[in-house]
Write a protein that binds this ligand. Structure first.
Ligand code: ARG
Length: 460
């Protein structure tokens, strides 16, 4: 039986069922490299401040580096009864170098240690997520440039609305993911405060130098209140919220692609590698990857509610409830990272089917608004123009004809203001190119935006 680090006042503490229940090792194992980094910064500071000797520092640092190698090689002896990664590493150090090892915990508590580790972890993993998002943005720009000629309908209420450039649709997501990147940056700025040295929650009487560990660990500043440092997990909520927003945006993108991939729409073909067959229906090519991303969004939302509920009404400062913060955090970052990464490849694999898209452009009177605008330009109030256009659409529906198949004499029955020039206004192409307002779908506009987005991308 391993002697507990905290067992001074306990008589009989070994109960394997309880030990297993309270251990977080399976989950917080993945913090090992951050824990070791934090410990090295800590002992270097302790020695600089003459709280421990240089030789103790050297021995401890060497043992920490050895432990890291062992964990990476798979030869480290993890023990569940040592509760968590922090105590496993400390125990290993003490076993290697004897009692000097225990000095590692001078002027430190697991309460500030765990927050330091988790913050370092988030900085690294959220950094990967940001990189993946930038890679996705590049693919969005690439596909927007490649498909500048392609016009598609957009939908409101899933009913045909107006024609737009496919690039305009894709770039809508560029904007969303750009806000997601900014959101990560904001969250990382707030998180970037070093809690190490807050100890159990009140600080310490040792003459530590928190600015030195802050510099070593590459944090922006040390935290200013030791109690806050060990109590709050708002930075975890922030991180999961960032993941939730990314997943929400991805899930909407996926949903559109799933609809576009249906036989009824047929707008796109997804590369075989991102689809699966059915065990019974041989004709199937299902967009499983898109569906999985959409589904995993739910897991991340669940994680967000998990951590918020954990924190609600929790008395200050540290409570063991907080040990449960890691699962939702690790799970969310992993899911978001994986989904962004795979989605960016999938997006690149999509082929657009001109024939099906063209067919859909003939449905749903996509240029009805342009006819209304035409009448408004001829002097009618838009409301009246809207009413007359509505009547014309009803006439088209009754006669099973498209707007551009209506003869000028027929148009004139609805309004004398309609002349031959109307056909130019109600063509799909001119509808798109006429929407030149800032942020609109015209090709000139979209091209300008692509130039602007490329500039933004180069600075991300
Ligand atoms: N494994 C613990 C956690 O993740 C470390 C902190 C333990 N602190 C304590 N006072 N029991 O929260």
């Amino acid at each position: 039986m391993i002697k507990k680090i905290w067992n001074g006042r306990f008589k009989n503490v070994s109960n394997s069922k309880v030990e297993k229940f309270s251990s977080s090792l399976d989950i917080d194992k993945s913090l090992y490299s951050f824990d070791i980094r934090g410990s090295i910064a800590h002992v270097e500071m302790l020695s600089k401040q003459k709280i421990i000797s240089i030789s103790d520092k050297q021995k401890i640092t060497k043992a920490l580096n050895q432990a890291k190698k062992e964990i990476e090689k798979g030869t480290f002896n993890f023990a569940t009864e040592l509760e968590d990664i922090h105590m496993n590493i400390e125990h290993a150090i003490t076993k290697k170098i004897g009692n000097f090892g225990k000095k590692i915990h001078t002027a430190r508590s697991r309460n500030d240690q765990v927050v330091t580790d988790v913050k370092l972890y988030i900085k690294e993993i959220a950094g990967n997520l940001r990189k993946n998002l930038v890679a996705l943005q590049k693919n969005i720009i690439k596909n927007s440039e490649k498909n500048l000629e392609l016009i598609i309908p957009f939908y409101t209420h899933l009913q045909s609305a107006q024609p737009i450039l496919l690039s305009h649709y894709l770039l809508a997501f560029f904007e969303m993911f750009l806000r997601d990147i900014n959101r990560i940056d904001g969250a990382m700025y707030r998180l970037d405060e070093n809690p190490l040295g807050s100890c159990a929650g009140a600080g310490t009487s040792f003459n530590i130098d928190r600015f030195s560990t802050t510099k070593k660990l590459n944090f922006r500043i040390p935290t200013r209140n030791s109690l806050d440092s060990v109590s709050d997990r708002d930075f975890i909520v922030d991180s999961i919220y960032c993941c939730s927003m990314i997943m929400m945006h991805l899930s909407r993108f996926c949903e559109d692609l799933i609809i576009w991939n249906s036989s009824e729409f047929g707008f796109i073909k997804i590369a075989d590698g991102y689809t699966t067959g059915s065990s019974i229906m041989p004709q199937k090519k299902n967009p499983d990857i898109l569906e999985l991303i959409r589904g995993k969004c739910g897991t991340v939302y669940g994680n967000l509610i998990n951590i918020l509920t954990n924190l609600k009404g929790l008395p200050l400062s540290y409570n063991r409830d907080l040990q449960e913060d890691k699962f939702p955090l690790f799970s969310s970052l992993k899911i978001a990272n994986e989904c962004v990464d795979i989605f960016k490849d999938l997006l690149d694999s999509i082929k657009f089917d001109n024939v099906s898209i063209q067919r859909s452009l003939n449905l749903g009177f996509l240029t009805a608004t342009d006819l209304g605008d035409y009448l408004t330009r001829k002097g009618l109030a838009f409301r009246d123009a809207h009413h007359i256009t509505g009547k014309i659409i009803a006439y088209c529906e009754k006669n099973n004809r498209n707007l551009d198949e209506i003869k000028i004499e027929e148009f004139k029955k609805f309004s004398k203001l309609i002349n031959k020039d109307v056909y130019k206004f109600i063509s799909i192409d001119s509808s798109v190119s006429s929407r030149n307002s800032y942020g609109g779908t015209s090709r000139t506009n979209v091209k300008k935006m692509i130039t602007e987005y490329k500039k933004i991308l180069s600075k991300l």
